[in-house]
Ligand binder design. Structure first.
Ligand code: FAD
Length: 370
């Protein structure tokens, strides 16, 4: 029986646990600290097709990542799990100029050819829009795509971990290499490791003389609870600018998120940032003021120097696989990234070309000055 440890139970670690547990002769153990986890704090928008990023490898991974949810949700449902944390609610995009909306529509039509999941694309008038999202304001026309989804990250990971049947051990851990080429965590030994540590990957690799260029990015999000709104029927709203408005099925509407590169691993809620997000959302959805209750979340994303995600075997540490740098689209690309690493652990060729997402691009060896 192959013993595999996964360190980190965000979207990457929990998806890896689920798919590894479906392999024969593999026993999976998951170690997770959980504090500041990005997945629990995420807004949960799965809609990569409107991105203007020029990084082709990233876009390929993102569109395939959105498609991969169909498999993931299908597999969980087939195993008898509730999957209502994922919903193709559609998305409404608002631009400050109408010609930008038309340009985006043309781009989306082209992208639909390789990504039919994008669904129906329509430019909607104000009247047509408020039928889908009552109370929405601050626009003349919008672009609507029916295939975009929202996902509740915390419920998804909980379901994946439960479905995996893996033993979950809470707390922060490190690992050591043994004389016979295995890896030790505490008292236990493993044949292979998956480091799904998100923004904390540099800390665990530093002990092995490796300096990986991954930085923490703080993200804060506001959640509003309503008694009287059927928010489960509303699409996600992506206005021009940094904030998005994400309605969920239980009367919750989330607004966020911040992208703070200068706060390190600080998890303090910052009222100024949260208030600014609310101010930016109010012109589109004034009913936020009527929320019966408000809560806030904070999490730490991981980003790299060129904002590219990576995954693969860690140089100098055979059978140790790491992924990080998933940035603001990590819920979209997390599951497919994990699936590639499961293939690598099992000795199979992953579908995404590892060289395009090589960890080496983000690594330098630490010179021990002692
Ligand atoms: C506010 C916010 C909004 C977002 N919105 C979206 C969105 O709308 N759409 C989208 O696609 N993405 C979104 N993201 C991005 C996405 O959430 C992240 O990129 C993704 O969740 C990262 O997943 P991960 O598994 O790599 O890391 P994480 O989810 O951060 O998980 C890493 C886990 O590893 C644990 N860990 C680390 N080191 C150790 C150790 N040594 N021992 C034990 N445990 C350890 C951590 O405690 C943590 O639980 C958002 C992120 C934030 C913060």
């Amino acid at each position: 029986m192959k013993q595999v440890a996964i360190i980190g139970a965000g979207i990457v670690g929990s998806t890896a646990a689920y798919y590894l547990s479906r392999e024969e002769d593999v026993q999976v153990t998951v170690f997770d600290d959980g504090e500041g986890q990005a997945t629990k704090a995420a807004a949960g928008i799965i809609s990569p097709w409107f991105s203007r990023r020029r990084n082709k490898a990233w876009y390929k991974m993102a569109r395939m990542g959105a498609d991969f949810y169909q498999k993931l949700i299908g597999d969980l449902a087939e195993d008898g799990h509730e999957v209502d944390f994922y919903d193709q609610s559609g998305v409404i995009l608002i631009k400050s100029r109408l010609d930008w909306l038309d340009e985006l529509y043309e781009l989306a039509k082209v992208r639909k050819e390789e990504s039919p999941l994008i669904g129906d694309l329509e430019i909607l008038s104000y009247e047509e829009t408020i039928q889908r999202y009552p109370g929405l304001e601050g626009f003349e026309k919008v672009l609507y795509a029916s295939g975009a989804a929202r996902v509740e990250g915390a419920r998804l990971t909980k379901t994946l971990l439960k479905a995996s049947g893996a033993e979950i051990i809470c707390g922060r851990v490190g690992f050591e290499k043994t004389a016979d080429g295995r890896y030790r965590i505490g008292e236990r030994e493993f044949d292979a490791l998956i480091l799904a540590c998100g923004a904390w990957l540099p800390l665990i690799l530093k002990d092995h003389g490796l300096d990986v260029w991954v930085r923490p990015q703080k993200g804060q999000i506001n959640d509003y609870q309503f008694d009287h709104l059927e928010t489960g029927l509303y699409p996600v709203i992506m206005p021009h600018g940094e904030i998005d408005i994400i309605p969920f099925g239980n009367g919750t509407v989330s607004v966020g998120a911040s992208h703070e590169n200068d706060k390190g691993y600080d998890l303090t809620l910052d009222q100024t940032v949260l208030d600014r997000q609310e101010e930016r959302a109010l012109p589109y959805f004034p009913q936020l003021k009527e929320a019966k209750n408000r809560t806030r979340r904070v999490g730490i994303r991981a980003y790299t120097r060129d904002f590219s995600p990576f995954f693969g075997e860690v140089p100098g540490l055979p059978k140790v696989y790491a992924a990080s740098g998933l940035g603001s689209s990590g819920l979209t690309i997390g599951p497919i990234t994990a699936y590639q690493m499961v293939d690598m652990v099992m000795g199979r060729q992953p579908e995404l070309e590892p060289v395009e997402f090589a960890i080496e691009k983000h690594l330098q060896v630490v010179v021990d000055e002692a």
